[in-house]
Design a protein around this ligand. Sequence first.
Ligand code: SAM
Ligand code: SF4
Length: 355
Amino acid sequence: MNNSLVDSHGREIKYLRLSVTDRCNLRCVYCMPKKGIKLLEREEILSFSEILRIVDIFTKLKIRKVRLTGGEPLVREDIDNLVESLIAANPEIDYAITTNGTLLDKHYKKFADCGLKKINISLDTLGASKYSLLTRNKIYTPQMILDYIDKATSYGLKDIRINSVISGFNDKEDIRSMVDLAIIKHIRIRFIEAMSTNKLPDRYIECGRPSYSHDNGLSASGDTNDAFTNDNFKENIINILNEFGTVSKVKNLNELGPASYYRIDNSDGLIGIISNGASYCNNCNRIRLTSDGRLKLCLYSKNSLNLKKLLRSGSSDLEISQVIEKYVNKKPCNKFSNKSGKKILLPEYMNRVGG
Ligand code: SAM
Ligand code: SF4
């Protein structure tokens, strides 16, 4: 026991993304359908004690970073208590949470008090009407989320970052506003190319399709994102960064992830870009646990290991960790491993897997 997790390609697995619920108070166009999605029954979702046990097992397998995600993690009842218990049980883990930020005002104090340091907020546009269309909600606005970020930061949560998914819904103006925000607020923003799923229509997702103009009445304003094709995603974002000043690539950021980072002269804000290629697969150090306890080795994989079954069938920690070690060994080399030149699609809704 207590080996590190290493796959058959020599990659050491250090990072667990753990989805605590499939439920969400938003319905982002690229993540969930407007209606009709079948949500998990409560008893199918891992309980807090099961989550604590599995994180403990992964900690002994030398996982060093755990990110709580969802669905929307902050809609899970007593999420603060879970975060507090996780940190108390295994303080050596680098914990983080990814949230849409809409409920941050109710949680940031407890998060800060129990020692959570890192929060990623998903925010794709600062435009209120576009945000409402994109998230299919009429309650929350980008301004509310920016206010919660300010409150949380002044309370002591200094490491708050923003993720912006670039889909058929946002355009160059949205990206410019986000870059402005990074510069003004000295924060890190990552632009993420939307991934297609086999569950949702591509017109909601693909960069390069200003679908909102004919889908839902929001006018395309003449400056659409039609330059954002899959091939030149990164270059097009860099071109926008160049409008703000001299751009330099940031090296040695001590972060093993899929983003390339850039800095604009005379600014503290960092801009990350995650495009949809597979080049980062070579260094992939992450695995995912769905809210119903399935271990997934790749976002694009249709297969998973049912850890919930093991947790609920009297298996010992040692038995479970041995099964995990063996399974992780099979992590696919890259997202194209099991495909033959066809477009790669996510096999399930993102709210199930956690991004
Ligand atoms: N609800 C939380 C949130 O939105 O941050 C956490 C769960 S969400 C599934 C995790 C991340 O996945 C978010 O940053 C979201 O923007 C991203 N995501 C969802 N669907 C995506 C897609 N089709 N392509 C790329 N990123 C996606
Ligand atoms: Fe909810 Fe996050 Fe999916 Fe948006 S991306 S619908 S906030 S789970």
